[in-house]
Write a protein that binds this ligand. Structure first.
Ligand SMILES: NC(=O)c1ccc[n+]([C@@H]2O[C@H](COP(=O)([O-])OP(=O)(O)OC[C@H]3O[C@@H](n4cnc5c(N)ncnc54)[C@H](O)[C@@H]3O)[C@@H](O)[C@H]2O)c1
Length: 303
């Protein structure tokens, strides 16, 4: 009798914001989904009940390696992903973001995984003289986090080159959507504004608020991951921007969310980001589909 064998996939960091949305979609696609997450930031309740959660730290290679057995694709999203936190904790973030990433590659190679899709970051660009940001620009990270994510990309590329392990890196630009953490001092702007509005306190704009960000809806990021895994045009460590392709000032974000605002001192951060997404169109057949105003409205409706 022919067995119905579902493809196995591993989502590392699948209890977090973006990872849990990816898990939901992969489960909907009928795949056998395994999640590796130490729950340091992620939540068990984020993980789809039909996915198998392994509560493990990616620093611990002997523990995680067996989970990768027979996996077709590995999506690596686990990280300590905050710029400010990395400035204050360079060593801890390096261990999770660089050593942890290396372990994912070692475990994937050992288990002959068909492709590793790495969640990279637009923070690798740092400040650039020109916009939009293109993948062939020289990276110029301005934080330990930006450098660590860049090292992750380079490790991906090297593992493809030296060991023939297929990899691809997706450089996300400010991802937003449901389940994004609004807790603590490191929350990202949209989640922070939504939480402030809910609490009835002023929205805190850092600096002038004229700085702009290319915001990308989490559903578009999920789609990019799945296309990247399946695409025959990737697998040699390509680096691909995944962005909304449009940018919004922090002031505009505040006005769309609504309510009183308060300005607080500026932080060390790039003035503007804007992705050139032509490479994603070419290699993945991907383009952003969620309009920023619609994405924000959806979040406001959930409040
Ligand atoms: N959110 C964004 O705007 C954005 C932008 C660019 C890149 N990224 C990248 O996308 C990925 C996902 O980001 P997110 O916003 O969903 O963050 P998140 O913090 O919600 O998710 C990360 C997950 O990794 C887990 N994790 C952290 N360290 C771990 C370890 N040592 N072992 C096992 N699990 C560990 C956390 O518990 C969490 O569930 C990250 O790699 C991040 O660098 C995110």
């Amino acid at each position: 009798m022919k067995k119905n064998i579902r493809d196995k996939v591993v989502v590392v960091g699948g209890a977090g914001f973006i990872g849990s949305h990816l898990v939901d979609e992969l489960v909907r696609d009928g795949l056998n989904v395994h999640v590796v997450d130490n729950l340091s930031q992620g939540k068990k309740s984020n993980v789809h009940p039909r996915a198998k959660l392994h509560v493990m730290d990616i620093i611990d290679l002997p523990s995680i390696a067996p989970v990768f057995k027979n996996a077709k694709y590995v999506f690596h999203l686990a990280a300590l992903p905050r710029v400010q936190y990395s400035i204050e904790h360079p060593s801890e973030t390096n261990a999770a973001n660089v050593d942890g990433t290396l372990n994912i590659l070692i475990a994937s190679r050992k288990n002959k995984v068909k492709k590793v899709v790495f969640s990279a970051s637009s923070s690798a660009y740092g400040d650039q003289k020109q916009l939009p940001l293109r993948e062939d620009m020289l990276p110029n990270p301005k934080s330990p986090y930006g450098l660590q994510k860049l090292m992750g990309e380079q490790y991906m590329k090297l593992w493809s080159l030296v060991y023939g392990l297929p990899t691809v890196s997706l450089r996300y630009f400010n991802v937003y959507g449901e389940r994004q953490s609004s807790e603590g001092a490191y929350a990202l702007v949209i989640a922070k504004f939504l939480a402030q509005k809910k609490q009835g306190v002023p929205l805190t704009i850092t600096g002038t608020g004229k700085q702009t960000r290319d915001f990308t809806h989490v559903r578009d990021v999920v789609r990019a991951n799945i296309l990247a895994a399946k695409s025959r045009k990737t697998g040699r460590g390509e680096v691909i921007n995944i962005g909304g392709g449009d940018n919004q000032s922090v002031r505009k974000v505040a006005s769309l969310i609504g309510g009183k605002v308060k300005h607080v001192p500026p932080r060390l951060e790039p003035r503007d980001t804007l992705a050139d997404v032509s490479k994603a169109k070419k290699l993945l057949g991907w383009k952003p589909t969620v309009k920023f105003e619609d994405g924000i409205k959806e979040l406001l409706d959930l409040q």
